[in-house]
Design a protein around this ligand. Sequence first.
Ligand code: FHN
Length: 432
Amino acid sequence: MKQLKLIGLLLLVSSSLLMAQPYSTISKKTMEDFMGKRFGMFIHWGPVSLRGTEIGWSRNHGVTQSDYDSLYKQFNPVDFDADAWVKTAKETGVKYLTITAKHHDGFCLWPTAYTDYNIMNTPYKKDVVGALAKACKKYGIKFCIYYTVLDWYDRRYPLHNDGNKVPDPKANMPQFVQYMKDQLKELVTNYHPYMLWFDGNWEAPWTLADGKEIYDFLRKLDPNVVINNRLGKGKHTLLNEESVGDYATPEQQIGALNMTTPWESCITLCRQWAWKPGDAMKSLKECIQTLASTAGGNGNLLFNIGPMPDGRIEERQVLRLREIGAWIKKYGEAIYNTKGGPYQPNKVFATTRKGKKIYLHLFQKPGEQLKLAAIPGYKIKKARFLGGPRVHFQQDEGGIALQLPEQLPDENDSVIVLELNKNTEGIAIIGK
Ligand code: FHN
């Protein structure tokens, strides 16, 4: 009897563990490569930039449907220069770039054979996705594609507007899923994206089964393309049995420190995803501390900009991106290919680690000293500002005290390198 109970318990535990797993077959090596990149650029762009309103969401909400759906006839970004965009991405220090090839408004930035609602039927008549893919290859940036699940423009998708709850009886979801497959095959075989960023999985017509069907379809096209978790259902911040995809996607928030589940926060430089004239833009401090806190949480940051209707990125945004890049040029060692922790990120500092080093990202001066909880079984051998002077410290079983100078070297994030006596990546999380 006891044996039967034990077998039953083991079956219960193993099935619950299996149940909690996302639908994902990506290799550990590919995910480690992706997570080591730490920093990507998100680009939300399309004919809606002519109105300066939010992509997808402003259709029937501030911009009439007929006006919104006709914008492509005027869309002529003659100043679009893929090399200039990718050079800016390079100067920013990002390792990958994700373009909205198709957002919820259904407009396609590449010459798709499956709808006329695409860039070739605008006055511009050039393949934006292809130009960016080529420029990314040229400058060594991984090219990635955002592709929406929900499509409020295409009549085969059952809902034609944000807020619609009654499916269109003339719609045809199986035909729409085939349309998705046709377009995704074009995108994967013609542009070979490193990662696919799905979105718009929350509406009723989309099911978990649809997500698994598309995931399997993509895996046959490319076993190594990284796929986010928005092919499934459920919360974007989680990776569980409702998820289809390889990593979690907290949005407009920094994900929680997590050493087991891969995640990437998508956050805007301004407030809107698509370009908006005069939109509030984040300070350099907020940008850098967001990046450091994301890496400190063991996550990636996908940082979004929205280019203008003429094809240029707004000068003030380019300048901000270059300022971020100047910081990364000096401190990138503390971001790229690091792991998060071991200390929980907070308002004063975040930590990343690599080998025997812990990088302490100091966002503000808490006083003459910074006190840290002890790291049992580990000893600090040396401490210095990255690229700067030594830092004096005391350590005992009660904790670590770092003596801070009058002036911190960087007003946004001063990085102190702690060199320990052994590899730091196994240290359990400290703090909650
Ligand atoms: O509706 C979209 C939104 O426009 C934007 O693309 C973000 C980016 O992650 N995703 C959806 C909102 O969750």
